[in-house]
Design a protein. Structure first.
Length: 241
């Protein structure tokens, strides 16, 4: 239903929901913006949106737009929005709506035509249902962007991350690498200390960055998060598609 993205780009996915995809995706968009790229950002669908005078607004999409300095309206950056914090297939069903794939396709193509690089953020994990038959993984397969997996630092993340890596590779999607997010700056547990290397060893995948758990007031990114993201050559990774 969606055509491949023809410019350099990355698809930001995660091992689960509430792992911090948006912060990592926004920080990567900021990395490109500071290097004078025209950065296109898109969150094709979002749930848990808030009601405003302008309608439903995705705070995640607004954050991405701010970091990228993207001028487009919310209907372009996040064409499908739902109020309930549920997986899109269920949120749409409960709202009496269907996912408008034509709107998503049109938004992606317009952003692509006006950008040097694309950052697309998914919703939930790979197998989060996005309509009656399809999952986030199907969307990623269509767009053919290298995947950046955002993972938790603690116990259990090895299994979740390796399952995600395996599923992406089985679907023919290039895995750019893993970002460990919300890593405790002080007092890390043994699991948190050893998990990054274990993921690299058994997943045969690079851990690109370890992003510290630094509380911040959106949309200002703290220095620690910026520093962690700045250690990676995101341009080279984005060109891999």
């Amino acid at each position: 239903m969606l055509s491949p993205i023809s410019i350099p780009g990355l698809f930001i996915t995660a091992t689960d929901t509430e792992v911090g995809k948006t912060v990592v995706g926004g920080a990567i968009a900021d990395w490109f913006r500071r290097r004078r790229f025209r950065v296109g950002v898109c969150k094709p669908m979002a749930s848990g949106c808030i009601h405003t005078r302008e309608g439903l607004v995705s705070e995640d999409a607004e954050f991405l737009a701010h970091q990228a300095d993207a001028p487009g309206p919310i209907d372009l950056i996040c064409p499908q929005r739902f109020a309930e914090s549920l997986t899109p297939a269920i949120a749409a069903e409960r709202a009496g709506q269907k996912i408008d794939w034509n709107a998503i396709h049109a938004a992606l193509k317009r952003i692509e035509s006006e950008s040097d690089v694309m950052i697309v953020e998914g919703v939930g994990g790979l197998f989060a249902p996005v309509d009656a038959k399809l999952t986030v993984l199907d969307m990623m397969r269509w767009l053919k962007l290298p995947a950046v997996i955002v993972a938790r630092p603690g116990l259990g993340t090895i299994n979740h991350t390796l399952l995600t890596v395996s599923s992406l590779r089985a679907a023919g999607i290039m895995v750019a690498g893993v970002v460990i997010n919300r890593y405790p700056p002080d007092g890390a547990s043994i699991a948190e200390e050893t998990n990054p290397r274990a993921i690299e060893r058994w997943g045969k995948v690079p851990v690109l960055a370890i992003v510290p758990n630094e509380p911040f007031k959106s949309p200002v990114l703290p220095a620690g998060i910026i520093a962690a993201i700045d250690r990676v050559d995101w341009e080279t990774l984005a060109q891999a598609n």
